[in-house]
Design a protein around this ligand. Structure first.
Ligand code: CA
Length: 223
């Protein structure tokens, strides 16, 4: 198994390289985003450990260019801050997992093994529930072939519900992930947005997908 580490802090990169080599991986290291992207496009890696803060080209840009080039190599993101926005953005843009610095090497190894076990199949770019289709790369939603005119927030909200279909999501969780709010005092925002979303996604159709779970939150499902 070949792993690419893209990390500009030399000591950290060397430490990771040594640890992963001892764990049986073949490891290459790049110390900036340009070299990282170049290697990632040239070599067949099984996984890339990608730091967000990098000189020349940051981790976001490396990831975006990689996915634009059609490379589905799994990416484990390293973020410096435990910012919800970083995590959400990383996963939205096609990272497979993330780890917040500082982390224990054993934790990194566990995440790497878990991603490699999952195999190369990433989440598809088009998510489907019943006759609802979400093209997450193009930010386009259709139902029964009809284009839904959604704002970016409405799309993010719908994508979250679809990705976690069947799971009841609390207002607090939704407001944190979609609006990056960390308090539950203004979860009214969620109710208003859900109402608008329903008007577009459910009202014109017989089969309702978004359900309210009283006192808990919302769930999207076929039944
Ligand atoms: Ca860095």
């Amino acid at each position: 198994m070949r792993i690419l580490i893209v990390e500009d802090e030399r000591k950290a990169a060397e430490y990771l390289q040594r640890g992963l080599t001892e764990s049986g991986f073949v490891v290459d290291v790049a110390y900036n985003g340009d070299d990282g992207l170049h290697l990632a496009l040239e070599q067949p890696y099984d996984l890339i450990v990608l730091d967000v803060g990098l000189p020349r080209r940051d981790g976001w840009s490396v990831l975006a260019s990689l996915r634009r080039a059609g490379r589905q190599t799994p990416v484990l993101f390293l973020t410096a801050r435990d910012a919800v926005s970083d995590r959400v953005r990383g996963l939205e843009e096609g990272a497979d997992d993330y780890l917040v610095k500082p982390f224990a090497f054993s934790e990194l190894l566990a995440r790497i093994r878990s991603i490699l076990r999952r195999g190369p199949a990433r989440q598809p770019d088009v998510l489907t529930v019943a006759n609802l289709e979400l093209d997450v790369t193009r930010h386009r939603a259709t139902r029964g072939g009809q284009r839904l005119d959604l704002t970016p927030k409405e799309f993010a909200l719908l994508a979250l519900l679809v990705r976690r279909r069947g799971e009841v999501l609390s207002r607090t969780l939704i407001s944190e992930l979609v609006w990056e709010m960390h308090f539950d005092s203004d979860t009214n925002v969620v109710d208003v947005a859900i109402r608008r979303l329903r008007a577009k996604v459910d009202d014109p159709f017989a089969l309702k997908l978004i359900r309210t779970v009283r006192g808990v939150g919302y769930v999207l499902d076929e039944d």
